[in-house]
Design a protein around this ligand. Structure first.
Ligand code: CA
Length: 315
């Protein structure tokens, strides 16, 4: 992982709720230069995801400054699988329509172009199913050596998933894409659902603290986050979960990462009960590790960093 303080990034997202919060990190954190947002089939309908991403660019005060590219509307080999956790992904709220429209350039092509124009300089944050990233690899097999770092939110580290007991949503939805990407040779860091449940889940008291910031950005956060905590509580998770935004914040603030390990990570594509299951293997002398896995973060530090981002507000 890089320790340099600034990142030029592409965020690949199935934009709903916490994806929007990760976008806000990319759009507003002083250490981020967000080169592009790319949209992939996932959480909610594709058209809704486009609108949610554009709304978030607007909420950050950055309309017209960061292009939004449209990618895969379905996984590589399977039908689209909607998440039940997010409502419409914008808090089921009517916001004033954004004026920015999506770019004409397709997501995978934009990724290939940006990386080839800036070899070794671009980091990718992938917080949805990996369809667009896999497509970009198929367009340019040398892509992994030209991307600086790829950060993935996905999988569960020898723990239960959220779509099924075996699988986390992003890997479940497009396991073939995850398989292609994990074998491709990127410098990969993985932030898992396991880590999210343990360390990136905020209680109602914490959410009240964030709501009390009471500027436009904090209000946007509170509106979008509401369906998530209500859904989670119905599932027995007592808080709102922040898998995507914690991954984005770790990229900006590597000092929040307390421990990592090198593991061989692979995704099941065939299993009847285990579609999208992620194997995290750190047995010595077996498979060569292909990923850095985040094991522990400073959870309070993450919450404080997010509160600070909200307090600073839109640009
Ligand atoms: Ca996501």
């Amino acid at each position: 992982m890089s320790t340099t303080s600034n990142r030029r990034m592409i965020i690949d997202t199935d934009t709903a709720a916490d994806d929007s919060f990760a976008l806000l990190v990319g759009l507003l954190h002083p250490r981020s230069t967000l080169e592009a947002i790319t949209i992939v089939a996932g959480n909610v309908s594709f058209e809704q995801q486009i609108e949610n991403a554009l709304l978030t660019v607007k909420a950050a005060g950055r309309e017209g400054e960061v292009p939004v590219h449209l990618g895969a509307r379905v996984p590589m080999m399977r039908p689209w699988y909607e998440s039940r956790a997010h409502g419409d992904g914008k808090g089921n709220h009517d916001f004033e329509k954004p004026t920015q429209r999506p770019s004409d350039e397709a997501a995978a092509e934009a990724i290939v172009r940006l990386v080839n124009d800036n070899p070794g300089e671009i980091d990718i944050l992938a917080i949805g199913p990996l369809t667009n990233i896999a497509t970009a690899v198929l367009l340019d097999r040398e892509l992994p050596s030209k991307v600086r770092e790829l950060w993935i939110m996905g999988g569960c580290d020898n723990s239960v998933g959220n779509v099924t007991a075996a699988a986390e949503y992003n890997f479940f939805v497009d396991p073939e894409a995850a398989d292609i990407v994990l074998r491709a040779g990127f410098d990969v860091t993985i932030s898992t659902w396991t880590l999210t449940l343990a360390q990136a889940t905020w209680s109602r008291d914490q959410l009240a603290e964030l709501a009390a910031i009471d500027n436009d950005l904090a209000r946007y956060f509170t509106i979008l986050d509401k369906p998530n905590i209500e859904y989670n509580e119905s599932e027995g998770i007592m808080g709102s979960t922040h898998p995507d935004s914690v991954t984005a914040m770790m990229m900006m603030r590597p000092d929040l990462i307390e421990s990592t390990s090198r593991k061989f990570v692979a995704v099941e594509t065939i299993g009847q009960l285990t579609r999208g299951y992620s194997l995290f293997d750190d047995r010595p002398h077996r498979n060569e590790p292909n990923a850095t896995v985040v094991d522990r973060i400073d959870a309070d530090g993450f919450f404080d960093a997010w509160a600070e981002l909200l307090r600073a507000g839109a640009r």
